[in-house]
Design a protein around this ligand. Sequence first.
Ligand SMILES: C[S@@+](CC[C@H](N)C(=O)[O-])C[C@H]1O[C@@H](n2cnc3c(N)ncnc32)[C@H](O)[C@@H]1O
Length: 205
Amino acid sequence: MAANYNNSAWFYDRLSRVVYGKALVNAQVYLLKQVPANSKVLIVGGGTGWILEELSMIHSSGLHITYVEIAEHMMALSKKRNITDNKVTFINDAVENVALPADFDVVITPFLFDNFTEQTLGKVFTHIQSLLKKDGLWLNTDFQLTGKWWQQVLLKTMFLFFKILCGIEASKLPAIEKRFAEAGYQVVDRKTFFGDFIVSEAYKK
Ligand SMILES: C[S@@+](CC[C@H](N)C(=O)[O-])C[C@H]1O[C@@H](n2cnc3c(N)ncnc32)[C@H](O)[C@@H]1O
């Protein structure tokens, strides 16, 4: 079963701020400067949707955003966001089940893949990849392990917490960067946050 964050929707942002301060937000916002004006953007697993407001602060109009989120409670919160004059299509489903035109300029996957087993990651990755234009940009932010003991402790705690509450399937971090490398993507921008535990990467082929 895919990870569904319904049960955590009402406190997810507050809890993440308590644990990570603004790091989760800063890491995602860092990449948004890469989004070209008037582009067609796919956001997958945007949670409560605050990223829509951050993006609209950079481009107040001209964006065509498709926002795919599996958890209906997350979606309900996302729909209340101020998107200024941008156009957003909200789709409440698992992204791998949604047939979309393969013409996105930018794809954004913020803390989406950490939920998945290698098998689900493979399936979801392949599907999202097929939706991105040939010279499109993929903005990915997620956790990574760089050998610091506390990273493992935090990660295990999160997996346990979200397994009990939201039924997430993963109990270890899948090899996310490896997927991008194997699929032939190059890193065009990269920055780490929160003692290297969080990595934001912009990829192109
Ligand atoms: C760890 S949360 C991150 C939320 C948000 N990006 C943030 O940083 O605050 C992952 C989100 O992805 C959603 N999600 C998980 N699997 C999904 C899928 N297959 N398709 C679409 N959304 C999915 C979950 O419901 C959840 O809201």
